[in-house]
Ligand binder design. Structure first.
Ligand SMILES: Cc1ncc(C[n+]2csc(CCOP(=O)(O)OP(=O)(O)O)c2C)c(N)n1
Length: 286
């Protein structure tokens, strides 16, 4: 993968805005949900699904695909929006989020949703399963890769640091760990609950190749993922400095925006603003 293989930044900006809009509609259909941490990871999903990951939306179980573990499984709605926009399943499934009988549960479930590679929700466990997937891919010898997304609060789980030790020792160069460092977790700031200190330095000390970027800047995310692809000696950790609720000012302005009621005026205004943004963006690209 190189920049020349990807769509233009302008196209990815439109894709990211569409992911945000569909995420808002998805959570809005339920009236409440994990909106802040879904929105912070949108640029990363937009870049991964614009050509970084080798996938086939028409064949979600393709054995030779790259895999994504959304270990912060509560961010499912952003991933569902991405998958629907890529054609894994119809867009109208998004309005069934977390309803009885849905294929889109609140947290990711690989047995229910086309395109979901790993069941997640119990924070920390996705690190171990992603490592297992990356090891299996290496044994297959087909050059496939695993991408792992965790939160920063999630790194308060001890299991994550066992994984951080394991991957470099076993030279899992096909594993890329993206930490959504939005500085907030369920009920407060990570620095007040269990401070992570200099996160990039910690991963480097554990033996990872690292980058620390603005995770809500598409171009920066592209560059970091390219660096990860070029790395041949170590697994790669990208610290994504993000904003919880990014791209939707009405949601970002809510201090504790981990799981919010999203209906009435707030829902209407946030969706209308995103629709306007998309109209402006797509008008500018026409
Ligand atoms: C093992 C475990 N403990 C607690 C929870 C409840 N929980 C869900 S999300 C969350 C906070 C996660 O914060 P972070 O990883 O920073 O996610 P983000 O802010 O990116 O949404 C918690 C404590 C859980 N899902 N799993």
């Amino acid at each position: 993968m190189s920049v020349s293989d990807l769509p233009t930044l302008r196209e990815m900006t439109c894709f990211a805005a569409r992911i945000r809009l569909e995420t808002l509609k998805c959570v809005g259909a339920r009236g409440f949900g994990h909106l802040g941490g879904a929105l912070s990871i949108v640029e990363t999903l937009a870049v991964l699904y614009s050509g970084v990951m080798r996938i086939d939306p028409h064949n979600p179980q393709w054995p030779d695909r790259d895999k994504l573990v959304m270990s912060k499984g509560h961010a499912g709605p952003a991933l569902y929006a991405t998958l629907a926009l890529k054609g894994y399943f119809p867009l109208d499934w998004l309005s069934t989020l977390n309803q009885p009988g849905t294929r889109l549960p609140s947290h990711c479930d690989r047995k229910l949703t086309p395109g979901i590679d790993m069941t997640t929700g119990s924070l920390g466990q996705g690190v171990s399963t992603a490592i297992g997937l990356a090891l299996a891919q290496r044994m297959d010898g087909k050059g496939r890769r695993t991408y792992l997304i965790t939160g920063d609060g999630e790194l308060n789980e001890g299991q994550t640091w066992e994984g951080a030790l394991f991957a470099p020792q076993h030279k899992l160069t096909n594993l890329t760990w993206l930490v959504d460092y939005n500085h907030k977790q369920l009920d407060g700031e990570t620095q007040d609950i269990l401070d992570l200190g200099d996160l990039e330095a910690k991963f480097a000390a554990f033996g990872w190749a690292t980058a620390s970027v603005n995770g809500n800047d598409l171009a920066a995310v592209v560059r970091a993922l390219e660096a990860a692809r070029r790395e041949t000696a170590k697994p790669f950790c990208i610290v994504l400095n993000t904003v919880k609720g990014a791209g939707v000012p009405l949601v970002a302005a809510i201090d504790l925006n981990h799981h919010i009621v999203f209906d009435g005026d707030l829902r209407a205004k946030a969706i209308a603003a995103m629709e306007q943004e998309i109209t402006a963006l797509e008008g500018a690209t026409a």
